[in-house]
Ligand binder design. Structure first.
Ligand code: PMP
Ligand code: G9A
Length: 396
């Protein structure tokens, strides 16, 4: 039988990161590819105790369907925690989601008409492109530098595309995936103003801001938003467990209502059991004992990677020096194509994600994303040395 798939599947593309996971899970490969937390960041013993407690206190409720909006108890605790990030919201402005990945999907679902546009960073988080693609949007890519989105380019492209139906600007302003860069406060303010002028929403994706290892915190765009034009999403994936698939979104009540309906069709509700576990993790304050440990561990890993790059990578290559998060971005000399180089890297038992995978404008082919959170300390330099060897060979 010839299957007649819907048109929307034509733009759907397997995430290169998800595909890579299959290769890089081989134990002998040192993988800087997947954006995974360190296995040592998981508070396994703590979770064991919390799980017993949840079953004892909330057993039947934890195993039952829950409200689509998420547990009220968890949302209330998140509202308090978000104040520390400078974000004020009410109960009807926040819902729990199945990872922040679901927020990317739901946002696309409620805003994209066929033929609509989204503004994305170049490079952008690949998982967002995977989520958006199913709704067949067009992209307007905007380059970033060490201070995030280049505002002049944003303004120029907005003028050029004045009559196009653009729904939102998608950005990961803090310790961006994939580049590791953080948008400056000045740019955040400028982008907010531009979005207001052009009647655009901003989708601010913030999984990493609590993982800062150096430099001073920068306020979220949402905390600067007086007009309700920012949809803000964050997640427990990097501060507790990605396996839990637990995130949240904060937006105006009207948008939240639409999202709830869209979510009902997707999964009815987010996993109730893990919501109760997260509730206990927050309420007991265990989260604030755990995050400093994660920060310390990742700071060490970041520094090890930066040192190894400095020591082994050839002249003509450069990289970002992120103040937090889990990634850095390497730019190699123009003649090196990192996608072509990948098979060689696998032969040498090292992996990365090639830069073009994150770029909707066909750039990034000489770049690569390196994750530093998931590799054991003593493997980081070995992996970087392997990569350096292949690059040097190609440069000859
Ligand atoms: N946004 C960004 C920028 C990410 O890096 C990730 C995952 N690494 C996600 C969203 C999705 O995270 P999750 O669904 O696990 O919350
Ligand atoms: O690698 C990333 O960017 C985050 C993880 C995504 C995934 O596991 O698909």
């Amino acid at each position: 039988m010839v299957y007649e798939y819907a048109d929307r599947t034509k733009k759907m593309k397997a995430s290169e990161i998800r595909e890579l996971l299959k290769i890089t899970q081989q134990p002998e490969i040192i993988s800087f590819a997947g954006g995974m937390p360190s296995p040592h960041s998981f508070p396994i013993k703590m979770i064991e105790k919390i799980t017993d407690k949840v079953l004892e206190k909330h057993g039947a409720q934890a195993l039952q369907y829950g409200p689509t909006e998420g547990l009220k108890e968890l949302r209330e605790l998140l509202i308090k925690r978000m104040r520390k990030r400078g974000i004020k919201c009410k109960l009807n402005e926040i819902i729990i989601t199945t990872g922040s990945q679901q927020v990317l999907d739901l946002t696309a679902k409620i805003f994209f008409n066929l033929g609509d546009y989204a503004i994305v960073e170049c490079p952008a988080y690949l998982g967002a492109l995977t989520a958006f693609n199913a709704y067949q949007p067009n992209y307007i890519p905007i380059s970033i530098d060490e201070n995030g989105i280049i505002v002049e380019e944003l303004e120029k492209k907005l003028k050029e595309n004045k009559n196009k139906p653009i729904d939102f600007i998608y950005t990961v302003p803090t310790f961006q995936n994939p580049s590791g860069v953080t948008m400056s406060l000045e740019r955040r303010k400028q982008i907010l103003e531009i979005a207001r002028d052009y009647d655009l929403l901003i989708l601010e994706d913030d999984p990493y801001s609590e993982l800062r290892y150096s430099g001073r915190p920068v306020p979220s765009i949402k905390s600067l938003d007086k007009d309700g034009i920012v949809l803000y999403t964050s997640t427990f994936s990097k501060i507790l467990s990605p396996g839990f698939r637990l995130g949240w979104v904060i937006a105006g009540e009207e948008i939240i209502k639409k999202m709830v309906i869209a979510k009902q069709g997707a999964d009815l509700c987010t996993n109730t059991f893990v919501q109760w576990i997260a509730e206990e993790y927050l309420r007991s304050g265990l989260i604030d004992k755990q995050i400093p440990k994660i920060r310390e561990m990742y700071k060490r890993k970041r520094d090890l990677m930066l040192k190894a790059l400095e020591k082994h990578f050839p002249e003509g290559s450069k990289w970002t020096e992120p103040d937090g998060g889990m990634f850095l971005w390497v730019t190699l000399p123009d003649k090196i194509n990192t996608k072509e180089m990948f098979q060689e890297a696998i032969k040498e038992k090292v992996a990365y994600v090639h830069g073009a995978a994150f770029c909707v404008d066909g750039k990034g082919y000489n770049c690569m994303r390196l994750n530093f959170s998931n590799t054991e300390d003593d493997k980081i330099e070995i992996g970087i040395k392997r990569l350096a060897k292949i690059i040097k060979k190609r440069m000859k």
